[in-house]
Write a protein that binds this ligand. Structure first.
Ligand SMILES: [Zn+2]
Length: 231
């Protein structure tokens, strides 16, 4: 096999290596936390916090109502016990009972409103928890699939590197040097020749260059410098 063909094969492997390495970098960058999952989790936490606050308000209102009910009961017992004879004292006690009842009514109204808010907040926590769990499960599956794909790609890369090693030991080290230098300069070191044209620079080759290229020896394009390969 001519050295030009060997270098062309080496380039094919190098191109495959590069594209797979790029794929690997891209896949690896997708590993890790998902912003959508983190956002959903934050939302659940903040809605749960709101629900806890509302429940706390509800309990406080209920305790206060219980307390007032007790006070009203005690005051009314006193009021109707007949023990208090002084009209001024009775009026004042009646006035206190009325105030306590007004306060109890206000609190009962507000406790009902809070209860409505608690129910809404509970529904909201349930909905966002469901959304969070769904997103997290999807993300978990994606990550598992991604990890499996990454492992497969790593195996493929290792096979390609092995193949490259086998190919390169067969090639004249000086030719490899030229190849590596051109690869660094131009990205692709070897250009196919098709219909007398160098595919690297799209310039027609003089017949002398074509003839040499046909021999399969290492021959560089007079225009772009790439190693010519005539299939
Ligand atoms: Zn050229």
């Amino acid at each position: 096999m001519g050295v030009a063909k060997q270098l062309y094969q080496l380039q094919e492997v190098d191109l495959e290596l590069e594209s797979n390495e790029q794929g690997l970098r891209q896949m690896t960058s997708q590993l890790g936390k998902s912003q959508a999952v983190v956002r959903a989790q934050t939302r659940v936490a903040s809605e749960q916090q709101r629900l806890d606050e509302l429940r706390h308000q509800q309990h406080s209102a209920e305790w206060e109502i219980d307390d007032l009910v007790g006070k009203i009961k005690a005051a009314e017992e006193q009021l109707y016990s007949g023990r208090i004879k002084n009209p001024k004292e009775l009026t004042s006690l009646q006035h206190e009972v009325n105030m306590l009842k007004t306060r109890r009514d206000q609190l009962e109204t507000s406790a009902l409103e809070i209860m409505d808010h608690v129910e809404l907040a509970e529904a909201s926590v349930a909905a966002s928890s469901g959304e969070f769990k769904k997103l997290e499960a999807e993300w978990h599956n994606q990550q598992q699939q991604l990890s499996a794909d990454i492992e497969k790609l790593k195996d493929k890369l290792s096979d390609l590197k092995h193949k490259r090693g086998l190919l390169s030991v067969e090639i004249d080290p000086q030719a490899i040097e030229v190849y590596d230098r051109l690869k660094k300069q131009k990205g692709q070191a070897v250009a196919k020749v098709e219909q007398g044209i160098c595919r690297g620079c799209r310039i027609s080759l003089p017949s002398s260059e074509l003839q040499q290229a046909r021999s399969g020896d290492l021959m560089q394009c007079g225009s772009c410098g790439r190693i010519l390969f005539l299939p």
